[in-house]
Ligand binder design. Structure first.
Ligand code: URA
Length: 248
C-alpha cells in the first residue's frame, strides 16, 4: 500500500500535477495485499483501517443515534438562525482518514451532505489524488447548521456545536485527521495559530486516552480562490504526509 501510494505521489509530482485523479491502473495498484499490524493474517484492503479501532459494534448505528440526539439537543443548532437541515457527516464510519471542515454552505444546507458545493468538488479532487474514493473517508464539519452568510463560526458557536464533533470522533476513531482551513485547525487544536504555522506539520488531538495525529491543510475553498502552484504543492505535500501516516 505504502509503496503504491508513494509511487503514485511521485508520479504525480514529476508530472507537475498537484491533484491528479488516480487513473484506473493506478487505483488497481493500490489494491495490494497488506498485513495489518495487529491482524493475524494478510488481508486485501483497498483502504487501510486501523485494526481494533472500532469500539462500537455498529458505528453507523451509533452515528445515526448521535445525529438524532444532536438534532434534538445541540445548544447551537437548536437556537441557530433559520437553516434547511443539519449536515451531520458523510462517508465510512470506520474510515482511517477523517476530514474536518468549518460549516455547511448553501449547497450542503440544501442536500444535507458536507462538501457537495464547489469546495466539495475540490475536496473530491484532493481525495482522488490520494488514491482514495470519497466513500472511503469520513467528512464532517465543526458546525452542523449553515451559518447565515457563510460566516466563520465564532469560538462560542464552535464550542457549542463542537461537542458533537467530539462524539463523532469518539465513534469513528480515525487513524488520521486532516483539518481543512484555519477555523477547523484552531478548534481541534485549541489554539489561535496561523495556517502558515500549523500546516505541513503534525499535531496531536487528545481526548482522554484517544490520541489522533492531525495534519492541518488549507481549506479547498481557499485553494479555489488562490489556486497557485505554490499552494497546490503545499496541500499536496500535506496530503501525502497524511497518506503515509494512514498507511503506516
Ligand atoms: N465548507 C466547509 O467547511 N464545509 C462544507 O461542508 C462545505 C464547505
Amino acid at each position: 500500500m505504502e509503496r503504491a501510494l508513494a509511487q503514485h505521489a511521485k508520479g504525480a509530482m514529476l508530472m507537475g500535477v498537484d491533484f491528479l485523479p488516480v487513473a484506473k491502473k493506478a487505483r488497481a495498484s493500490v489494491e495490494v495485499e497488506v498485513k495489518e499490524s495487529r491482524g493475524p493474517s494478510p488481508d486485501t484492503l483497498r483502504v487501510p483501517t486501523a485494526p481494533q479501532r472500532g469500539e462500537a459494534p455498529d458505528k453507523r448505528a451509533a452515528l445515526d443515534d448521535l445525529k438524532r440526539r444532536h438534532d434534538a439537543e445541540c445548544a447551537h443548532c437548536t437556537t441557530a438562525p433559520p437553516f434547511t437541515q443539519t449536515v451531520f457527516g458523510d462517508g465510512d464510519p470506520d474510515a482511517a482518514l477523517m476530514f474536518i471542515g468549518e460549516a455547511p454552505g448553501a449547497e450542503e444546507d440544501k442536500q444535507g451532505i458536507p462538501f457537495v458545493g464547489r469546495a466539495g468538488e475540490k475536496l473530491n479532487d484532493m481525495i482522488r489524488a490520494m488514491g482514495l474514493k470519497r466513500e472511503d473517508v469520513y467528512i464532517a464539519n465543526i458546525l452542523k447548521a449553515r451559518p447565515p452568510n457563510n460566516a466563520t463560526p465564532t469560538p462560542d458557536e464552535a464550542e457549542r456545536c463542537g461537542v458533537w464533533l467530539t462524539e463523532q470522533i469518539r465513534i469513528i476513531r480515525p487513524k488520521v485527521i486532516v483539518t481543512l482551513g484555519k477555523p477547523a485547525a484552531n478548534y481541534m487544536l485549541k489554539n489561535r495559530d496561523s495556517m502558515t504555522s500549523m500546516r505541513g506539520t503534525w499535531h496531536e488531538y487528545a481526548d482522554g486516552d484517544l490520541r489522533i495525529p492531525i495534519m492541518p491543510t488549507f481549506h479547498p475553498a481557499y485553494l479555489l480562490r488562490a489556486y497557485t502552484p505554490e499552494n497546490r504543492k503545499k496541500v499536496w505535500s500535506d496530503l501525502q504526509q497524511a497518506m503515509t501516516k494512514v498507511s503506516g
